[in-house]
Design a protein. Structure first.
Length: 259
């Protein structure tokens, strides 16, 4: 078996994000990110890169820049507003990324024992530290488990329900399609909560998540294929997209999905 394609190494541990050089076209952006966010008044403990740029397979003009920010202390409303202003300014200066996302936590939250399967796993296996103290070294490598899948994506019903509201309230078609893309990506990754206890692989890409889901639920292949297309090339009308998303989320939350 080719372990590199399954997300599991030869010893049965989940693979970490490869420690390879960042693609050349993203290096100026990351330098700007670190310079813009590392000022003392923003109170950051560390900046972490995840997603396609971290893996080295991003496409200029089509990929997002995904960042996890760990603060020294819990964020105040004022700090969140300032971070949002920095995020928007970075997007304007670097239009070759479709969007810049910040996932924000704080040091005590990340290191709390009860968050080991969520924050600990996330930093250890999905992120690479690009500035500050690398807290991932505080954690041992993780083996695949449904507990981790639930810790990372167990909020899917609440998050995707919020997307339904945001899509309905979108001001422009461009904004709506962007939200449909984000919701589709979240939905696909959230199907991992349905992984069986016997599953021996750990998906990394959207396509790998879909392949794992289809192995367990072949009767729903056309349903998940719709969202994979929207995750890559959003174009469905709201009248077509939202009922499908609502139905899929409700099915995932029902006993029928885990029966």
């Amino acid at each position: 078996m080719n372990t590199l394609s399954t997300g599991i190494d030869a010893d049965g541990f989940i693979l970490t994000v490869a420690d390879t050089p960042v693609q050349r076209e993203y290096q100026p952006l990351l330098a700007d990110v670190c310079a813009s966010l590392s000022t003392e008044d923003l109170g950051l403990d560390g900046i972490y890169l995840y997603g396609s740029v971290a893996r080295g397979d991003a496409t200029a003009g089509a990929s997002d820049l995904d960042l996890t920010l760990v603060l020294r202390e819990p964020a105040t409303a004022d700090l969140l507003a300032r971070l949002e202003a920095v995020r928007c300014a970075l997007e304007q200066r670097h239009p070759h990324v479709t969007k810049i996302d910040f996932d924000i936590g704080h040091r005590a939250q990340v290191l709390a024992a009860e968050n080991r399967n969520s924050w600990g796993f996330w930093l250890k296996h999905q992120c690479r530290c690009v500035w500050g103290e690398d807290l991932s070294v505080r954690f041992e490598r993780f083996r695949p488990s449904r507990d981790i899948a639930l810790a990372v994506n167990g909020d899917f019903h609440a998050v995707l329900s919020t997307y339904l509201t945001r899509i309905a309230c979108a001001d422009t078609e461009m904004q709506r399609l962007r939200l449909q893309r984000e919701a589709s990506r979240k939905l696909i990754r959230s199907t991992h909560v349905l992984r069986s206890k016997e599953a021996s692989t750990w998906p990394q890409t959207l396509e790998e998540h879909v392949a794992m889901f289809v192995r367990g639920y072949p009767q729903r292949v056309t349903h998940i294929a719709f969202f994979l297309f929207e995750a890559r090339n959003p174009g469905a009308t709201m009248e077509n997209f939202t009922p499908r998303l609502r139905a899929f989320v409700d099915w995932m939350a029902s006993p029928a999905a885990t029966a």
